[in-house]
Design a protein around this ligand. Structure first.
Ligand code: FAD
Length: 380
């Protein structure tokens, strides 16, 4: 055996799985086709939003609460500051389905929040003029995470604890058999007891049976200057999501004191990617038209001309919920994938769940809705 466990893909989830396994004394080898903390997949672009009142559904709230604890653990373990809880605003009409989900999370889990309307909203957050019928819900357990640094922090901590990472090493095949799991990479064959597959947009390259229920979307980020950047500091400008019939917009305060990151909400990809090895990273002005129009209309203190743009990608399942659990009919293969534009915030708890499944064969965390078995065609 080369180690107890192999982790295939040391990006967002893979780095966290390695860290969580290593801190529980498991020997781990990671394979990553690029360098650690690279920006060629799902984890680049300076910041990721963290939210607890979850527009994607209240079933995620316990996972998000534990994710917050695990972010704090990773900060302690690595000595890096990764998560800033400066609050999160959801802006829209009370009847909007996403707003309804958020209010449902707040009610069901008694989440710390404030509702702002009319004059109180205008005074507190003048950056977001409200339309008639709109309100703001401030989620106090929300903010932003530094993605590249987080991946590095987890991977480096895993290495410090004795794990090995093969960088620039693409896994060519994974096969399970009575003696364990064979992994081929670097023209070499390795043997492990178990594997965790965290290949992000390449999930169906490693597990071809996922093809039918899996696609890769291109996601764009853009940075804008402000008329007065002091209005957009983390202290004055919580992360936000604004959804209505006209726009879907999310934003993060300025982190460098010059630019504010604004983008379409990541559940709405910019287009399908046929091959994650050949992503078109050119961002054309047409690709950003609706974002620019939305910024001009809804954020009057932002100059609506992007001054930095980037294209990334993420793996999406057909129901936009990730797959987390044992690959169907294989107790030696744990899969974490298809995070559908909203996985980063959950990464350290997902790593913990991977470690639970590898070590104990089960987890106490609520992941029934993420069971890979729901895609019956994906059996391997
Ligand atoms: C632009 C953008 C904005 C986003 N905003 C948010 C947000 O605000 N909040 C939030 O929570 N989420 C957000 N997300 C979603 C989140 O970033 C992703 O869901 C998450 O990063 C996915 O993690 P992953 O581990 O599945 O993929 P990745 O982080 O891409 O990791 C997969 C890794 O596997 C490696 N790999 C693949 N195949 C192989 C192989 N055969 N051999 C070796 N290595 C391999 C890849 O190189 C990569 O490093 C956003 C995503 C994007 C793209």
């Amino acid at each position: 055996m080369d180690a107890e466990v192999a982790v295939i893909g040391v990006g967002t989830m893979g780095s966290m799985a390695m860290w969580q396994l290593a801190r529980r004394g498991v020997s781990v080898v990671g394979f990553e086709q690029f360098g650690i903390g690279h920006d060629r997949s799902a984890a680049g672009g300076e910041s990721r939003a963290f939210r607890t009142a979850y527009l994607e559904g209240s079933e995620y709230v316990p996972l998000l609460q534990e994710a917050k604890n695990q972010w704090v653990e990773l900060e302690k373990d690595s000595g890096s500051h990764l998560l800033t809880l400066n609050g999160g605003l959801m802006i829209g009409n009370e009847t909007n389905p996403s707003m309804r989900n958020i209010l449902q999370c707040i009610k069901e889990f008694k989440l710390d929040h404030e509702v702002l309307e009319g004059e109180s909203a205008r005074k507190r957050y003048p950056q977001h003029p409200l339309r008639s019928g709109e309100l703001m819900v401030l989620d106090k357990q929300a903010g932003f995470i530094k993605p590249e640094l987080s991946v590095l922090a987890a991977a480096r901590k895993a290495e410090e604890l004795g794990s090995k990472i093969y960088r620039y090493s693409r896994v060519e095949s994974v096969s399970t058999h009575a003696g364990g799991v064979t992994v081929v990479a670097n023209n070499q064959t390795y043997l492990f007891e178990k594997v965790v597959i965290t290949a992000g947009p390449w999930l169906d390259y490693v597990l071809p049976n996922y093809k039918e229920n899996f696609e890769v979307n291109r996601l764009l980020l853009a940075w804008f200057a402000a008329k007065d950047i002091n209005l957009f500091t983390p202290e004055r400008f919580p992360i936000f999501v604004r959804l209505n019939d006209e726009i879907n917009l999310f934003g993060v305060p300025t982190l460098d004191g010059n630019m504010v990151k604004l983008a379409p909400v990541t559940g709405h990809g910019d287009g399908l990617i046929q091959d994650p090895d050949n992503v078109d990273r050119n961002v054309r002005v047409e690709d950003l038209k609706s974002l620019i129009d939305g910024v001009a209309k809804y954020l009057p203190d932002i100059i609506p001309e992007p001054i930095r743009v980037s294209a990334y990608m993420d793996g999406f399942t057909t129901d936009h919920h990730p797959v987390v659990g044992f690959a169907p009919e294989h107790e030696n293969v744990v899969v974490l994938g298809g995070f559908s534009g909203h996985g980063f915030k959950m990464a350290p708890v997902m790593g913990k769940i991977a470690a639970d499944l590898v070590i104990n064969g089960r987890t106490q965390h609520h992941i029934q809705h993420l069971n890979p078995n729901r895609f019956t065609s994906a059996k391997i």
